[in-house]
Each structure stands twice: as C-alpha cells, then as structure tokens.
Design a binder for this molecule. Structure first.
Ligand code: IMP
Length: 525
C-alpha cells in the first residue's frame, strides 16, 4: 500500500471509533474539576512521525519584533547571566538577560561586551594612541576579553592608522611601560573603504591575519574586521543576531525612578530588549515604567512581568508590553508561594496567560520551574514562545562565579534566588544605594522578608554542550508529537490535534527510572 492508502485506511478505522485518546488542553487545565496543574502532572500524547527530527524548526518570537532560533532564555539573576552567559546564549540561538544586581555602569559594560562580541564590520573598535603603554593594552585585553587593538595617530577612529597591537606582541613583553608603538605590528594588510563584507572576509581568509583594518584613501581608520568573528559565524549557525551581525542583547531593570538613568546607560551601550523585572508585575510602578520606555525608547522592545493571570496580563499589554514573563513561585530557589501564599502552579499560569496574550500577538516566556528537557517542551506546548531557566544554567561554565567543592565532595557553583536575604543584603552594601535589583518590594525595608533561598547547583559543563543538547532534544520531542515547528505545535494544541493526559503519582513514578539497583543518569554525549 502507498503512504496515502495507509493513512486513508487508518482514518476509516478511526472513524468507526470517534472518541479520541487524551484531552484537549482546556480540559486538561480545567482547574474547576481537578485543581491547578504543573508540568509533572501531565504528559503529551505522541502523534505520527513522518519527517526527521533535524527538519524541526525552533524559530520563535521572544518579543513582538525579535525572533530567535532556539526558544531558550537565561534568567536575569546574578548567579546566572552576566556578559559571558549572554554572549553564549545568543551565539547558540537563545538569549541571556543580563542581571541588574550591580551598578548601572557595570551592567552597561556587560551590554557593550555582548554588542561588541560578534560583528561584521566593527564600527567602534577600541583604538589606542601612540602614548598608550603595553600595560594599557594588557589591561584592555582583560577588560574586554579580546585583543588586537589598532593604533592611530590621535588614538581615535578616523585618524591615520599606524599599526596593530596583537596578543602575541604583548604577551611576553616584560617592559610594561614601553609604548605600544615599540611592539605593534606594522606590516598591515588593509582593505579600502567600500569593501563589502564578503570581499573583506576573503581578504581576511587569505591574509592569515587576525584583524583586517578598513581604511579610507588617506589611510584613516574607518572600521575593523576580526578573523575570530569569521570563525564564530561558521561555528554558530543559530546565533541570535541582527542584520548588523551584532548579537541581540537583553538586560533587566527594576521599576524605580533611578532605573531610568540605568536604562539610558544600557541603551547607549546598544541594548535591544529590556526586561522590567518584578516578582509581581501588575503594579502601578511597572505600568508607569513600561509607558515611559515605550515613549522614550520606541526602538527597544519591553518584556513585562512577572505575572500568572490574564487580568495581570491585560494591564501590562494595555501599557504597551512587547512580551510577557510568566511565573510566580515556581522557581527552584523560590519560597514565594510558601511565604506570601500568592502565586500559581506553572502549567496553569502558562496556559492561562499565553492563550490570552496570543489574541494580542504578545509572545510569552514560561519562566521558572524547568527541571528538565521535558518541562521545556511542556511550557512550549502550553503556548509559551520561549522558556526561561535559572537553576538549570547556574552550574554551567558561563554563569558568573567560580566552582567550588561541596561538603559532599562534588563540584558545584553558587545559585541564589534574587529574593534571598543574601542578595538583598549584598544590594544594601552597594555603593550606589538603590543601584541594583529591586524585585520584591522588600529590599529597602527595615525588616527584609525573603522570597528565595541561597544554595548551590551541580557542575553542568559548558552551555556550548548543554544548549545543543536541549535544542536537539526539543526537536526529537516535537517529532514524537508529530509537528514540524512551534507554530504547528501551538496550532495543534489549540485545535485538539495534540492531546494531553494527566498522570497520577504512580504514573509519575513509572515514568522515571525505577527498580534498578544502581544507575548513572548521563543525559547527553
Ligand atoms: P528556575 O529556573 O526554576 O531556577 O527559576 C528561575 C526563576 O525563578 C527566575 O527567572 C525568576 O523568575 C524566579 N526567581 C529568581 N529568584 C527568585 C526568588 O528569590 N524568589 C522567587 N522567585 C525567584
């Protein structure tokens, strides 16, 4: 029989038995009949596989105007997303939201590092003057994480190019006070103004140099092209980039007046998306902040939150939000539900807000409570465009902080809730007073009420291995469900083609490893 005959026959058989297996998503999440659910309480039923997993596209909107290729975000927490995480999340197709528990200038520096990381033409390269020393060059390398600085007559762009100081020129030079002109390379290969990116890339390939300065007819430096960027373009096909080839950059702010100054600094540093970070997003402070941003910086997309109900969503959409962040009390380091008695199980919250926000074309982030790959797929199936993780990424090489050995002898990294006493006290010590995070409306009180805990998480290796595992895993999951992309997943769920089923406590136990004397849970290779 042909494929079509097979299919027709199967449909005929099914037609005789019109009841379908599983539940429509609305019946699954009907809280009147069985209370609110979260990710572990249900499964998605399999569909039919008729395409390879590698065909599954995970392109998705993160806000109204920004699309990325992997639906994965890292949380704006000071043990999760600094510039290194933001760079790698973007290179791998996702997005890292830079935390704000630091002075505004420090956060703006992190934004700058992300925006400078991968460029076509670097239009604002770091330029040295002939009076700069080898020590200056070494310090700049530490500060920016890259080397290869052009030297011009007056130390600025649009001035005569004299040479380039590369890593090799300064690495073993033991007279730190020498002028950079004594060590810089002067046998330069340059390309003229007007060279296209493709032509410049070819010159760079054949010249075997690390940097290609672009100069005008008078030898004045106009821009720079970097070999390592060329390599990055090859190694990171999913990278979240703009047409300019710069990585997309997002960062968090709070809702206070001083955050307007912070935001200006972030925008000056090249910010694309701002996340207004609050544990209860439906406040007059946040609404005023969203309106201010939309009016003052129309080029920036605003993600508002956190919220868990449609009523909260309506208020933020009305204020102009370009994206919503969903979750209250589901985070792994969070005690909000216990302490405040306020919040919502994450599956119920995601479905409720996403189905509402979809009517207004506002993409949603399922934030928190993601303990494994399956939870990511469930968040997406319930309507989220992207999923945000804290604890799952805190143990990677790219998160801020150092590894240490726990009492039990395991390699771990610190992970702390942004509403933990540890964070609130750190913030209190900050020089700028109200400089950093202010997410819980309690940071400046005499008595601080914690909504999070501080602890540690196990080493997870690099996100350059972990994210591709998540991406490939999601592709396989969508293949099992029988959908080729996230739009089809959402559409299938809405139309009742993708079906769900609740699972009892014993069903959950059955779905995990059981009955083995010992086992090692290695998740990817
Ligand atoms: P996780 O991925 O389950 O670890 O959750 C991360 C999310 O928890 C973050 O993106 C925040 O929305 C939330 N979160 C961060 N810090 C706290 C806290 O101290 N209390 C409650 N929720 C928190």
């Amino acid at each position: 029989m042909t494929e079509i005959q097979d299919y027709t026959k199967a449909m005929e058989i099914l037609a005789e038995y019109p009841t379908r297996d599983g539940l429509h998503v609305d019946s699954l999440l009907d809280s009147d009949s069985h209370g609110a659910l979260t990710y572990n309480d249900f499964l998605i039923l399999p569909g039919s596989i008729n395409f390879p997993a590698s065909d599954v596209s995970l392109d998705t909107k993160v806000t109204r105007r920004f699309t990325i290729k992997a639906p994965l975000l890292s949380s704006p927490m000071d043990t999760v997303t600094g510039h290194n995480m933001a760079i790698h999340m973007a290179l791998l197709g996702g997005l890292g939201i830079i935390h704000n528990n630091c002075p505004a200038d420090e956060q703006a520096d992190m934004v700058r590092k992300v925006k400078r990381y991968e460029n076509g033409f670097i239009l604002d390269p770091i330029v040295l003057s002939p009076t700069a020393t080898v020590e200056d060059a070494k310090q700049l390398k530490v500060k920016w994480g890259f080397g290869g600085f052009p030297v011009t007559e007056n130390g600025n762009l649009h001035s005569k190019l004299l040479g380039i100081v590369t890593n090799r020129d300064i690495q073993f030079h033991d007279k730190p006070q020498d002028s950079v002109t004594t060590v810089m390379s002067t046998d330069l290969v340059t390309a003229p103004a007007g060279t296209t990116l493709a032509e410049a890339n070819n010159v760079l390939r054949s010249s075997k140099k690390g940097k290609l300065p672009i100069v005008d007819k008078d030898g004045l430096l106009i821009s720079l092209l970097s070999r390592s960027d060329l390599m990055k373009n090859i190694h990171y096909p999913l990278a979240s980039k703009l047409d300019s080839k710069q990585l997309i950059c997002a960062a968090a702010i709070s809702t206070h007046e001083v955050d307007k100054i912070r935001l200006q600094k972030l925008v000056d540093a090249g910010l694309d998306i701002v996340v207004v970070d609050s544990s209860q997003g439906n406040s007059m402070y946040q609404i005023a902040m969203i309106k201010y941003i939309k009016q003052q910086f129309p080029q920036i997309d605003v993600i508002a939150g956190n919220i868990v109900t449609r009523e909260q969503a309506a208020a933020l959409i009305a204020a102009g939000a370009d994206g919503l962040r969903i979750g209250m009390g589901s985070g792994s380091a969070c005690i909000t539900q216990e302490v405040m008695a306020v919040g919502r199980p994450q599956a119920a919250a995601v479905r409720s807000v996403c189905s509402f926000a979809a009517r207004f074309g506002v993409p949603c982030i399922a934030d928190g409570g993601v303990q494994n790959l399956g939870h990511i797929v469930k968040g997406l199936a319930l309507g989220a465009s992207t999923v945000m993780m804290g604890g799952l990424l805190a143990g990677t090489t790219e998160s801020p902080g150092e590894y240490f050995v726990s009492k039990e002898g395991q390699l771990v990294k610190a992970y702390r809730g942004m509403g933990s006493i540890a964070v609130m006290e750190d913030k209190g010590q900050s020089k700028e007073g109200n400089a950093g995070v202010s997410r819980y409306f309690s940071e400046n009180d005499k008595v601080k009420v914690a909504q999070g805990v501080a602890g540690s998480v196990i080493d997870r290796g690099s996100v350059t291995k972990f994210l591709p595992y998540l991406v490939t895993g999601i592709q396989h999951s969508l293949q099992d469900i029988g959908v080729r992309n996230l739009d089809s997943l959402r559409d299938g769920v809405e139309r009742g083609i993708v079906r769900f089923e609740m699972r009892s406590g014993s069903a959950q136990a059955e779905g995990n490893v059981n009955g083995l004397h010992t086992h090692e849970k290695k998740l990817y290779a």
